[in-house]
Design a protein around this ligand. Sequence first.
Ligand code: NAD
Length: 251
Amino acid sequence: MGRLAGKVALISGGARGQGAAETQLFVREGAAVVFGDVLDDEGKKVETAIRASGGQATYVHLNVTQELDWRAAVATAVQTYGKLDVLVNNAGILLRAKIEDTSEADWDRIMAVNVKGVFLGTKCAIPAMRQAGGGSIVNISSTAGLVGSPGETAAYTATKGAVRLFTKATAIQHANDHIRCNSVHPGPIATDMIKDMLDNRAAWEQRLRRLPMGRVGTADEVAYGVLYLASDEASYVTGSELVIDGGTTAE
Ligand code: NAD
């Protein structure tokens, strides 16, 4: 029996990176997973691979800034797999720009994806979770949601700080519904999101010097933390922050 046996999960931003790793791990641990993204070709490939190995997963087009997309994704989970137990608000975008070089449109876009997206996912999932008798919401923040980032990522940092506290508000408001809500704070993880930095050897070597473990993390290393918070093993854990950063924020 897997650690998520009998659970139904919905994961945003699941076509690649950490979201795809979480989707695959959740399926291996016995969950049925609906996962959504705006990258439909990549998402369909992940769905095909999971189904070929006998897992239960359904890809849906889900732009997290659109409430109607979220409603349809939750309905897909309930209609296809019978209920919704777990939501992972994983989709996110990064913007590298000095504050003075950040346009109002850039600000609105990153706020829409990283903050409004988490709000809409939570809002749309709660009725289905209440119907299921409870659930677990895992919001992917960042170490940038805990401390001011050394990079030129002020807008991103603002979004991830908002996710951190929205998580705690959700945890308090829905404790009586048996819906838990926690945030995860990854340090630098080798995905397409930071490919620009990984490809820039000089910038990367400078960054590595500030990482106590001297290396970047993997998508699977985050996915295992998300798995714990999603599972019943974390039944008394709500409103908490799980830092997965190789010690980066420890100093
Ligand atoms: P990624 O870029 O590989 O994956 C992000 C996914 O979100 C992509 O599949 C993308 O298409 C999707 N997405 C973007 N906008 C969307 C939208 N409007 N609707 C639906 N999906 C959308 O990067 P990742 O590292 O896998 O990022 C996952 C999460 O982890 C993000 O919230 C990110 O901010 C966070 N994070 C990443 C790092 C890192 O170093 N990679 C560190 C800390 C936190």
